[in-house]
Design a protein around this ligand. Structure first.
Ligand SMILES: Cc1cc2nc3c(=O)[nH]c(=O)nc-3n(C[C@H](O)[C@H](O)[C@H](O)COP(=O)(O)OP(=O)(O)OC[C@H]3O[C@@H](n4cnc5c(N)ncnc54)[C@H](O)[C@@H]3O)c2cc1C
Length: 440
């Protein structure tokens, strides 16, 4: 399904409860009451669809990119929070019991405690879940514990939100909309169960073992995994996977890492891992033979379907070189004739990973490798500073490099600068692929 269709599918699903309410043809109330109900229906539908935006469904992540999915998950949750917060304040009709003639509750709003408490609980939980997500990095909770709390909080929130709609909602009292909520809740919780229970169970039949851990640059390690099962692990160069090393297959101790190996080089997977926090700081101590689990592949940072590109420019910042290395290795292994340029930025020379292999690729595959250092040694003759507009212009503002594809991976500020500079050079946005390693 193309990315545009995914957007329309999203709209169709979140607007479906509003459509079902409208189709009931109930007698209209004041516009404020209708607005209040509409906001509540929309917020609840958006909350339930959030469960499908976990960044773990390959049909979606291979088309849109999980950084985009996670960003939309975050922004849409905030929008749902705004709608949910406003929802109760727009009701203007009295709280009295409905007169006998008013079976459809046209003149009153139901404030009975039975319907109200799940609404208040959902309202508070939604605020809590979103606040914890926004303050994740400052609240000091370990990422894995945060994920557990986030998932459990969201599951309870979805349950009480639907209970509130079923007990208090004027439109949700209708069986069609009522069952629609139950079905959406079942799909939402089913998605959680799939990701954290059923998929790991299936994965338990496909274990891996750590075959090699080697330091390749300052605080950066190459980790190679060998499959312990028959059959292929299919992926495209540049994709990433969730890696769980040494824990139970059901553990939340898993982190996303790009695959740095080339698919056509065999069935071993190589990752390039930089020490950052509590899990990655221990990566150099992992013993060969340790059992590992690989969930994936995910990601759209691949050359698939881009045979029209006349050349490939790979632009990396730091460990962002990992997926680009996978792409470069695959292009070399398949003897792709298109010209390639790798611009690889680091702070200092000790951070350059695979310098020798890049040199070999440059000699045998003709890749132009440009190392850029922001803190160069005294004898450095290459470019210095950041990967900026001037450097990009010098390398790509040439007639023979028009129609190239640009593949970017690195820290978010670098990605923003490089994307802006490329667009200023006249590169169409469709010719720029990028992925960041942080979910904001
Ligand atoms: C698509 C993608 C591809 C990546 N590829 C690479 C790669 O090839 N090489 C590399 O060194 N790093 C890569 N990263 C970054 C890597 O996932 C984090 O550095 C790593 O998860 C940090 O874990 P930690 O426990 O050591 O650090 P922590 O201190 O626990 O976390 C530091 C930060 O890392 C992020 N993070 C931690 N755990 C997770 C998780 N389970 N899921 C998502 N984000 C998490 C969070 O932003 C967190 O604030 C990639 C990230 C993404 C999203």
């Amino acid at each position: 399904m193309p990315a545009g269709l995914l957007f329309f599918a999203y709209l169709a699903i979140v607007l479906a409860p509003l459509g079902a309410a409208w189709a009931q043809g109930l007698a209209p109330r004041t516009p404020w009451d209708e607005l209040a109900s509409g906001l509540g229906l929309l917020a609840l539908a958006m909350i339930l669809v959030e469960f499908l935006q976990l960044g773990r469904f390959r049909a979606v992540t291979a088309r849109v990119g999980s950084d985009v999915i996670m960003r939309s998950h975050q922004l849409l949750a905030r929008a749902a929070l705004v709608f949910a917060v406003l929802h109760p304040f727009f009701y203007v009709s009295p709280r009295d019991a409905a007169p006998a003639w008013d079976a459809s509750r046209q003149t009153v709003v139901d404030y009975s405690w039975e319907g109200l408490w799940p609404g208040i609980a959902a309202w508070l939980l939604l605020g809590g879940v979103v606040a914890m997500a926004i303050g994740r990095d400052v609240c000091g909770v370990r990422y894995q514990h945060w994920r557990l709390l986030h998932g459990l909080g969201a599951a309870v929130l979805a349950g009480v939100g639907v209970l509130h709609a079923l007990r208090a909602g004027r439109y949700s009292a209708d069986p069609v909309l009522g069952w629609m909520w139950v079905a959406m809740l079942a799909i939402a919780l089913g998605a959680l169960l799939w990701v954290y229970v059923a998929a790991p169970l299936l994965r338990s039949r496909r274990p891996w073992r750590v075959a090699d851990v080697t330091r390749v640059a300052e605080r950066t390690w190459s980790v190679t995994l060998a499959p312990q099962f028959k059959g292929p692990f299919r992926y495209r160069a540049g994709q990433f996977a969730w890696l769980n090393i040494g824990h139970s297959v059901f553990s939340l101790d898993e982190n996303p890492f790009s695959i740095a190996s080339a698919p056509s080089a065999g069935n071993r997977l190589e990752f390039l891992i930089k020490e950052l926090g509590d899990s990655t700081a221990q990566i150099g101590n992992v013993a060969n033979g340790t059992r590992a689990w690989v969930e994936g592949p995910h990601g759209h940072l691949t050359l698939g379907g881009r045979d029209d590109a006349r050349g490939i420019a790979l632009i990396a910042g730091g460990v962002g070189v990992a997926p680009l290395l996978g792409i470069l290795r695959e292009l070399a292994a398949t003897e792709d004739p298109r010209p390639t340029v790798l611009i690889y930025g680091n702070r200092h020379a000790g951070q350059i990973a695979y310098a020798d292999e890049l040199e070999t690729l440059s000699q045998h595959h003709g890749t132009e490798v440009v190392h850029v250092l922001s803190e160069p040694p005294a004898d450095w003759t290459g470019p210095t500073g950041m990967i900026d507009a001037a450097l990009l212009r010098a390398h790509f503002d040439r007639p023979e490099r028009h129609g190239w594809l640009y593949v970017l991976c690195g820290p978010p500020p670098m990605l923003r600068n490089v994307e802006d500079s490329l667009i200023a050079l006249g590169v169409p946005a469709a010719n720029i692929l990028s992925e960041q390693f942080v979910y904001y």
